[in-house]
Structures are given as C-alpha cells and as structure tokens.
Design a protein around this ligand. Structure first.
Ligand SMILES: Nc1ncnc2c1ncn2[C@@H]1O[C@H](COP(=O)(O)OP(=O)(O)OP(=O)(O)O)[C@@H](O)[C@H]1O
Ligand SMILES: [Mg+2]
Length: 364
C-alpha cells in the first residue's frame, strides 16, 4: 500500500514554479530521500505533504485518504526539522512528554513512554536536563524522540542532520536507519548530501528545478543514471559527448572527440545519428604508464594517450586528473592500497576502460 501518494501536485510562487506537476509515491515502511541541489523544491514538496503549504494543483493522499485540504494537525505526521525546535525552558522529559500531554495520556503511561524513547535514542540519563545542556547531536536525538513518542505512521525529516559535524552526522544516520528498521515507520527525508542519500535510503527521488529527475534505488541511481544531471549529481562522472554511429552490433559505436568508442545502452534503444553523452565512472578507468607499454596502438580508439596533471589522495582512494590529447580531462580513481604506478606530474599515461563501463546517456 502507498503511505503517501501525490497526483499531479504543483506549487507556484508568482512566476516561480517551485514544484512542476508531479506524481510521486512512498510505500508503507519505506525510507525515501528527496535529494537535489538548493532551490530544487525539496522543502516545498515536504511542506505540501505536511500541510504547511497548499498545492496550486493536484491531490495528496495519505493511506489512500485525500488530505489535500486537511489541516496539518489532522494528518497524523511527525516532522523533524534542521533546527531542533525544542522548547528551551522545558526539560528533556517535558519536551518529549508534550505531544502526549496534548493527547491527554495518563501520567504513568507518559512516564513509561518517555523512558522508552529515551532508551531507544540511547540517551537514558538526561531526562532532567534542559536542551541547552546538551550537545547538538543529543538535541537532535531528543527531537527525534519527541517525534517517535506518539507513534506517527509517517515521519518527514527536513535536513535534520545539516548542522552536525561529519562524524556525528554519520552516527545519527545509522541511528535513524536503526529506528526505521525497528519501528517500521515510513520515513521521507530531505537532503542535498548525496552520501547521506546513498547510505540511508531504500529509494532516492532526485529533484532538479521543481521536477523529478529520476526515482531509483541508490545502487541503480549510481549505476544507471538516466540523465547527465543525475550522473554528475551522484558521484563523479566523466561525460563524453558524441553521436551514435552504429547501433547494430553488440556494442553501440559512438563518434566522440576521442575517436569511435564502443559503448553500452543499459535500457531502451538509441537511433543512429542521435546526440548522446557517454558516462565513464572514475573507478572504471584503468591508467597505465605510456613508457612501459610503448607498443599499444592508441589509434584503435581503445587506449587514450594523455598527460597526468595531478594526483590527490582521498583516504583509501587516489584520484588522478589526466588531460587527453583532445584536451578533455578525465578523472581516474584507484584504490590506494593496490600497488600503484606512482607517476610524476606531466608523465605520459594511457587510459582504457571496458565497453560495458562506458554507458550511453541520452543528451539532456
Ligand atoms: N514562500 C516562498 N515564496 C516564494 N518563493 C519560494 C517560497 N518558498 C520557496 N520558494 C522558491 O521555490 C523554490 C524551491 O524552494 P525550496 O525551499 O523547496 O528548495 P529546497 O530544494 O528545499 O532548497 P534548499 O536545499 O536550499 O533548502 C526556490 O526557487 C525558492 O526560492
Ligand atoms: Mg530546503
């Protein structure tokens, strides 16, 4: 069953189309992330579902019920924001108990529930403290506790981890995933951090200028991006423009500034003469020293001569920038622990990759 369903929902602000008419759904128990650059409409979409913003067109359903015009408080959703929004003059206990008191729950039950959720977010001993006596990550966990304490079927999270440092953010990501698995709550999360989206989500909704660019699992989005935008937003992408020369054989042959390249179409068909982009991920490129393999025929178009411009070590991987003879720059990534060819800047190198790792993306 769909927990959330949007049918042709749009939102305009004067001339700005913050959300173009879109269809979109989240299944019960799913963890879905809205990912996209600043201004792409993520918060607007979340606020439409929460009822803080009303749509210019379309209908919104939660568990099959049309809630398009229902007030926010009647939608039964929990919301966690970037700024923790805890009440500063109240203790942690009172902050978490607040939504239960509003619901007129008996005192004993409130005490038990608050204790349970504080255990759940692994903060058993801080009920008597005020928010300002907690670290940022602890405050974030308290706001999460306040949200889950009344068992909402659906939680909306708008960049709740944005203010935390990298380490704390990663810890909280695991914490939220654990709670999601443990409680079976449907979660819709917003972020512009691709790593967060990739590590937390069952599905990612990639947004671009108020439109849905692609909806896919993290793995599929990385491996089979449908557009150049998707390819460059998730991970690093070498994109090579070209024209389809021959689509009859096992591999499609594309005419590019690097010569004729055999490439793979993951889904669909592409006609001769079509303008396309080719995607080669940095980790799919093999780099060899040109001086050690002088006999290689670079004219075949399968090995490309270039010059190493620089190499950067990023923890466990090394990233190289190579300038090819046609002046295109290609990024190459190698595992740092593998025996590497250590090359001087300016060294001549050869690059190659498998046709399977050279993927055709239709031109945007
Ligand atoms: N109340 C408003 N009035 C006018 N324009 C708005 C309003 N709210 C949002 N917009 C515009 O709608 C577009 C989408 O904004 P939104 O806040 O949804 O983006 P976002 O993806 O959440 O971005 P960010 O990552 O920066 O939070 C932007 O162009 C924004 O300027
Ligand atoms: Mg936003």
């Amino acid at each position: 069953m769909n927990m959330i369903e949007l049918k042709q929902v749009s939102r305009r602000y004067g001339a700005v189309e913050a959300i173009a008419p879109l269809d979109f759904s989240v299944k019960q128990g799913e963890f879905v992330t809205l990912l996209g650059p600043s201004g792409s409409g993520k918060t607007t979409l979340l606020n439409l579902i929460a009822g803080m913003v009303s749509p210019s067109s379309g209908q919104i359903f939660v568990r099959g019920v049309d809630i398009t015009n229902a007030p926010p408080s009647s939608r039964g959703l929990g919301m966690v924001f970037q700024n923790y929004a805890l009440m500063p003059h109240m203790t942690v206990f009172d902050n978490i108990a607040f939504p239960l008191r509003v619901r007129k729950m008996p005192k004993d039950e409130i005490r038990r529930k608050v204790k349970d959720v504080l255990d759940m977010v692994r903060l058993p001993d801080i009920a008597a403290r005020k928010p300002k006596e907690l670290s940022g990550g602890q405050q974030q966990r308290v706001s999460l506790a306040r949200c889950i304490v009344y068992n909402p079927a659906l939680i909306l999270l708008d960049e709740p981890l944005g203010a935390l440092d990298k380490k704390l953010r990663e810890q909280m990501q695991l914490e939220i995933r654990r709670l999601h698995a443990q409680l079976g709550i449907t979660m819709l999360n917003v972020t512009h951090d691709q790593d967060e989206a990739l590590s937390m989500s069952d599905r990612i909704v990639l947004m671009n200028q108020g439109r849905v660019e692609q909806v896919a699992s993290p793995d599929e989005l990385y491996r089979s991006p449908r557009t150049a935008f998707a390819a460059s937003f998730i991970g690093t992408a070498n994109l090579i423009s070209g024209t389809v020369q021959d689509n009859a054989g096992e591999h499609t042959v594309v005419s590019t500034p690097l010569g004729l390249l055999p490439a793979t179409m993951r889904s669909g068909v592409v006609s001769r003469g079509a303008a396309v982009k080719l995607l080669v991920r940095p980790e799919s490129v093999r780099m060899t020293c040109a001086l050690h393999s002088p006999d290689v025929d670079t004219a075949s178009g399968l090995r490309h001569a270039g010059t190493l411009e620089d190499s950067i070590t990023l923890g466990s991987v090394v990233r190289h920038h190579v300038r090819l003879a046609c002046d295109m720059q290609i990024v190459v990534q190698q595992q740092g622990n593998r025996r590497q060819i250590t090359q001087e800047r300016g060294a001549p190198v050869l690059l190659d990759w498998l046709p399977e790792d050279c993927q055709i993306i239709l031109q945007d």
